[in-house]
Design a protein around this ligand. Structure first.
Ligand SMILES: [Zn+2]
Length: 274
């Protein structure tokens, strides 16, 4: 008996303007339309400005299938990182004021230029345990209208992968000090990081199928990240995305957008509370 959910979130973040991103914005929506498989875009603000016409076209034609969320204005990391598997690479986290500006400006330009106010956010780079140690950031995001995030995207060594057993949760169900934001997590590898390490497309496809098998058997949620710039890795026609969608549908794994997932969790939560 197959079950489980696959959430496909694309971080669209190339800057300056990139032909790859133009191609990505042209091709990805068509594939998702063909399978009637919703997905989400987490968009960097400056990337939107550099590809505005392309984003507008996608929004006009596909906004019932693709939901438009944000990935900050200039991809600033929220907290310090010491990434063990990259030889202890250090990334310095932004200040709370910088984070607020990054998120506020991006929501504003998305509203003005596309007509959509994002409710969801992927934090650049991602973190271990998400934003659990930063209730101040969570409160700031809540005040800016953010209701679901993908911030738990690294393991305890600030490395990858994150176990599929780390599942989405409400922050306030862990501790009442947090606002009721849904942490969607990103499990497994970030596609670009895994692609750097693999030699063949087949190895990547095997990884994707193994994860789908796992969530299907255990009735879990796989929150998957792929990037505009790495989508064409050994794959000029985006066949990997097709294979992933077909394999999930074949296993009865449901494919929904992050916004749909949030709405589903919210209505479960409200039912439980009444
Ligand atoms: Zn990113």
């Amino acid at each position: 008996m197959g079950s489980g959910i696959l959430l496909i979130g694309y971080d669209v973040e190339s800057f300056p303007r990139s032909e790859k991103t133009v191609k990505f914005l042209e091709m990805i929506p068509k594939i998702h339309e063909e399978y009637n498989a919703p997905c989400s875009f987490f968009i960097v603000g400056r990337t939107l400005l550099a590809h505005l016409n392309e984003f507008r076209k996608v929004y006009e034609k596909y906004n019932s299938l693709i939901d438009f969320e944000q990935h900050t204005f200039s991809h600033k990391v929220f907290k310090n990182l010491v990434i063990e598997y990259r030889n202890y690479m250090f990334k310095e986290g932004a200040s709370l004021d910088e984070i607020k500006t990054e998120v506020r400006v991006t929501s504003e330009i998305m509203e003005i230029l596309l007509g959509v106010r994002p409710m969801g956010l992927t934090t650049p780079w991602g973190h271990y345990r998400g934003l659990m140690d930063r209730p101040d950031i969570l409160r700031a995001l809540w005040d800016l209208g953010i209701r679901f995030i993908r911030s738990w995207a690294r393991n305890e060594k600030d490395s990858l992968p994150v176990s599929l057993d780390v599942q989405p949760f409400w922050y306030d169900s862990i501790n009442k000090i947090y606002p009721p934001i849904l942490e969607c997590t990103v499990q497994g590898w970030h596609d670009n990081a895994l692609k750097e390490r693999l030699k063949s497309r087949e190895e990547y496809i095997k990884y994707v199928k193994d994860n789908i098998d796992y969530v299907s058997e255990k009735n879990l949620i796989w929150s998957y990240v792929q990037h505009d710039h790495s989508s064409f890795w050994k794959d000029p026609n985006l066949e990997i995305v097709r294979i992933m969608i077909e394999y999930a549908l074949d296993k009865d794994v449901k494919i929904i957008s992050y916004k749909q997932f949030y709405e589903m969790k919210l209505s479960e939560r409200l039912r439980y509370m009444t």
